[in-house]
Design a binder for this molecule. Sequence first.
Ligand code: LLP
Length: 863
Amino acid sequence: MNPPSLAVDAPWIVLKFGGSSVSTVSRWQQIAALATTRRQEGARVLIVVSALAGITDALHALYKASATQRPSEAMLIVAQHQHLAEKLGLHRPKALRTQLDALVSLCSCPSHSSSELAWRAELLAQGELLSSTLGAAYLNAQGLHAQWLDARLALLATELPHRNERTRLLSASVRARPDQAWSEALAARGELFITQGFIARDRSGQTVLLGRGGSDTSAAYFGAQLAAERVEIWTDVAGIFSANPHQVPDARLLTQLDYEEAQEIVATGAKVLHPHCLSPLRRSRVPLRIHDTANPQLPGTLIGPTKASTAPSVKGISARRGITLVSMESVGMWQEVGFLADVFAYFKRHGLSVDLVGSAETNVTVSLDPTENLLDSDAVARLADDLSTICRVKVIAPCAAITLVGRGMRGMLHRLSPLLAEFGEHHVHLITQSSNNLNLTFVVDEGLADELVPRLHSLLLRTGVLRADDPLCFGASWRSLYGQDKAAPSVPWWHAQRQRLLDLAEQGPCYVYHLPTVRARARALRHIGAVNRWYYAIKANPQQRLLQVLAEEGFGLECVSPGELQRARGATAKTSRLFSANFASQEDFRLATQDPNTLITLDGLHPLQHWGLWFRDRDIGLRIDLGRGLGHHEKVRTGGVFSKFGLALDDLDAFLDLAKRIGARVTLLHAHLGSGVLDPHHWVRVYAELAGLAERMGTVAALDIGGGLGIPQYPDEAPLDLDALAEGLAEVQRVYPQYELWMEPGRFLVAEAGVLLARVTQIKSKKTLQYLGVETGMNSLIRPALYGAQHPIINLSRLHAEADTLYQVVGPICESGDILGKDCRLPRCREGDVLLIANTGAYGAVMASQYNLRTPATETVIE
Ligand code: LLP
């Protein structure tokens, strides 16, 4: 059924489908359905198609084949189209037969065109001519009145100087501008058209090709000429991701980009779109949407003129391989007029385009990008030869260019330090920052890219430099959209407790802890059979009721101060305890030795050297520094020389000597490297290292591999894989079966069980920023100020309203650092609304203070 005729000025929508989107019956059904819905929206539709999957390659093969092989190669192509036509229920459509005959005659008399290259262009154009002909027949058979349009009549290639015949014919470009007369003429002819991607004509009417990614570029040219409402690119992935998802499954879908950012991302490596297709659209301000043909319900990526008010964020990281660096050294270059002009003249002469440039007093280093240059080692060698007449030349290859892209890159430098630290161990050949402030690029040895990009992407997420929590820019991760291990998103417990929480918030700011969640986390850990004893690190949250629940679940309690020991004893006297204080006083240790059921762990020589008496004839633990730390922030990493924790390995023998002399037995060897770790292999490595040391020591019965089990910090971050942890620990324990295995998590058990509730007090605007004040701040929750930690913030009073406003959520404390959440997208808030700050059950209330003499949030435990 066709919708009623459209108004004369009805807008155009251009839909482009790639090879795999035009090769099956179901895809053509979808194309018909999409054309219909777009027309029902009141738009005219132009469909641009690629050749069927595999046909462009088959035409290449045909071109290369000998004259005698050509007819059989051509018949394969004919058969593939006839087969699809039949499956589409088309009975040998006449137009398709004519087009197939044209292909056959074209390859039997190659010389009918003016040149070999012209014939090649003509031949390769057949793929799109065939698929569009087939498509027109199918759409008409569905009653859609689609008109076949010859793209060559609409797209005229631009004559550019310095172009050889090859690029003129096989890699042409079109200067596409809104063309009202043409658009009106087309509108007068009909409402639905189907045409070819990849092809255009030159001034003489000869067929020319648009080069790699040509069909996207065609769609963009058509979109610009028609001043379309939008161009939609239908392909095999939902859109542009924040990194190559095959390398980084946690890469996030970029749901919205402006032209410049998108241009930068596709130019530096994303393969979804060809970089050339954005400039015609940018010039005519036509938006472009990318969609997954197989999953049309997914949001896709929208590239458009609007610069939405989004949180400043790195949008993506990419790596281009095959980069060649040319380093040019000349002592006399400083202030020498024309040196660069001389140098670059050689690049021009060899037809090599330069990408990145770094310069110093005596050195200029540039990169050659293989996507822009037809690079062969001879071309580079010839260039180097010529350059060596004016400077010393060094060619460094193969390299990879790792690029961070985001609007306002220079304004984000201060947040990049954890990323920069990752480069510390590697030699960086060149760093450049684009003058449009959109990218920062590091050139390293090519072999490093595979390892570095996933690590850097994960850091971008963990440090919040890539604002995955901003739904205006970022969608789900590739893993959750396409991964095998898609888990159903779990709804946090507080959804079901909403009214109760709103009532509790009436009394003022408060933390609420949900005991069933604590039990669930405890049981999930107890499933890990390899662990013989679990201790709860009570520093995370020493609420009496939580301690009791965890003791009931079989957890001992790990304490680090006399106060914690007393709290643990008060909650549950029978439960076994660890006392692993750091830089505690003699008096603290004396108290600990009097605490029953308590094993004391030391992490330095001083206690044994000076207060040996307290440890005579006792079993003790030893915390060792394995020389490295890790965790969600540098302030929670507890290893290496810059950390005050643990006994240095160099002191191990001295410690053992002292212990022996005093008559203390080291029965527990312990290491805790840091907090907020999501890599399950970390604890497996720690166990193996401790076991290796314990074998030397002889007295050790148990290995405590610490806590530090992290929880996801940003939306969609993959949680700690407990199955992998269980498997890894079971495996390493089979190698060292003589030791008991102990662990002492804190955060994992309680973080997600806690929320902080606080009511909105005031709202203030400053230029583009909106400050949203709540009744408590860093005096209740210091983690955002101290570690830049991200806690999801939700307006509980308006849970289901659209989150359309960007807020800086702040407290009432007299410090500029009193921020609970930066750039939080929330529904428009009002004074009195209750905000919920999630995942605050660990290191929340316990780190609160009376600063400004403001009483911090109270605490409530609910079943
Ligand atoms: N064992 C020892 C020796 C520890 O020092 C800690 C934490 C744990 C176990 C428990 O770590 P967990 O499983 O909770 O990550 N205030 C910081 C965390 C500091 C952790 C201190 N030690 C934060 O808010 O992230």
